[in-house]
Design a protein around this ligand. Structure first.
Ligand SMILES: Nc1nc2c(ncn2[C@@H]2O[C@H](COP(=O)(O)OP(=O)(O)O)[C@@H](O)[C@H]2O)c(=O)[nH]1
Ligand SMILES: [Mg+2]
Length: 401
């Protein structure tokens, strides 16, 4: 994997479409997220374009009038990168590049680029590299050939730089080699997990940037990297944690996102095995995010893909310190009061009811409600522990002192 030579801020434009499945508010939020992704990768977003259309144009994704508008802006402002919110077909990518004459990325390419930037261990690097090659394979037709390739930067961190003109066969060989390498590592990881004995295993899951690593650091006194960026953490960290004498293993790993590229889900198998083999999931949610309920949905989609949706789960609503309800004007007789106006207490009631009391409301940063959190995790872990070691229930009282 080739790293960026500099992280200079590249002038970036982002583009999305609005269709009947996503209204204007939703599209705005999707583009907000894409802008955050572009920012995480080192880009400076100058402008957003959107277009109302039912299905993307097969040739240029957006319509010809819109693409001309984008072209003008790109030329006038010397934009170097244009990012689309959906996956482009290799043909669309090629066509658009010919028109805009700059680097064209789609959402998947951008996410892969961030992953490439952030993979720390050789294991994570191998996983990302495999996903990059699989993404590259159908796109090998002389893409980006006229671009100055030595420069690096967004979307250029990866096999695209060196392998682009080489034969597909070489890329295929590389893919099978990486797969073999991962199988070997997967086996080692499985053995390692097996060696951890019968300790209860708890996994933090959730959307990216919700505070999983922050919570891990508070609970396990570890030093996992936490940052206000998407996908700050890729590598899995496992710590032994003791609450009220009861030991268990807590793991923190990569977060999920809407439309997580399938190449990534596949190559991050071992990372996701950590979730699959957990006894208890802590599904962390950023309640201060306007879209948090959709985030929960996206996470649940991936959990169900890896057959982990039925696991015992506690919903952990984090960042209550910065939650703000939209102001509600009681005298306004037309506007209806909706969940956007809920107080934290109302959300608490709603979710406690929805998930049968299995919800906690905390601030990992300000350490609010962490005692309640510890109590609850203790109680849940204890339940699982004493099914394995029935004689041990003497050791662990039902509640903490
Ligand atoms: N205000 C506030 N910010 C938080 C809280 N927990 C985490 N954060 C911030 O949210 C950002 C993402 O946190 P991180 O732990 O890296 O999220 P992860 O991607 O889920 O692991 C960081 O800037 C944290 O400081 C919280 O309870 N309140
Ligand atoms: Mg993290």
């Amino acid at each position: 994997m080739i790293e960026a030579k500099s992280l200079s801020f590249e002038k970036t434009v982002i583009i999305g479409i609005i269709n009947s499945q996503q209204d204007a508010t939703q599209s705005k939020e999707y583009l907000d997220e894409l802008a955050f992704l572009a920012h995480t990768a080192g880009g400076e977003v100058l402008k957003r374009f959107d277009q109302k259309m039912q299905t993307p144009n097969p040739k240029t994704f957006i319509g010809s009038g819109k693409i001309a508008e984008v072209e003008n802006f790109v030329t006038e402002n010397e934009v170097s990168t244009v990012v689309f919110d959906d996956e482009l077909t290799p043909a669309q990518q090629g066509n658009i590049e010919k028109i805009l004459r700059c680097k064209i990325l789609d959402r998947t390419g951008l996410i892969l680029d961030i992953f490439a930037q952030r993979a720390q261990t050789s294991y994570a690097r191998t996983q990302v590299e495999l996903a990059q090659y699989e993404y590259l394979l159908p796109r090998l037709k002389g893409l980006w050939t006229h671009l100055e390739r030595q420069r690096g930067g967004i979307g250029m961190r990866g096999p695209g730089e060196t392998e682009i003109e080489t034969d597909r066969r070489i890329v295929r060989d590389k893919i099978s080699l990486l797969k073999k390498k991962l199988i070997t590592i997967d086996k080692q990881m499985a053995t390692q997990r097996g060696n951890r004995g019968a300790l209860v295993r708890v996994a933090l899951v959730g959307y990216t940037n919700v505070g999983k690593s922050t919570l891990m650091n508070v609970i396990a006194k570890s030093e996992v990297f936490a940052e206000n960026k998407l996908f700050a953490t890729l590598d899995t960290t496992v710590r032994k944690v003791v609450i009220g004498n009861l030991p268990f293993l807590l793991s923190d790993t990569v977060g999920f996102i809407r439309k997580l590229p399938t190449q990534l889900v596949e190559s991050f198998k071992s990372t996701l095995d950590e979730v699959q083999e957990a006894d208890l999931l802590l599904h962390v949610v950023d309640i201060s995010h306007p879209n948090f309920e959709q985030h929960i949905e996206s996470v649940n989609v991936i959990l169900s893909e890896i057959k982990s949706l039925d696991k015992p789960t506690l919903m952990v609503f984090n960042k209550i310190d910065i939650y703000e309800a939209e102001p509600w004007d009681e005298t306004d007789l037309i506007a209806e009061r909706s969940s956007k106006h809920f107080t934290i207490e109302e959300w608490q009631k709603t979710w406690m009811h929805r998930v049968n009391d299995r919800a906690l409301f905390i601030s990992a940063l300000n350490k609010e409600n962490l005692n309640a959190f510890r109590e609850r995790v203790y109680a849940e872990t204890r339940k699982i522990h004493i099914t394995r070691f029935p004689y041990n229930h003497f050791l662990y009282p039902e509640g903490l002192d």
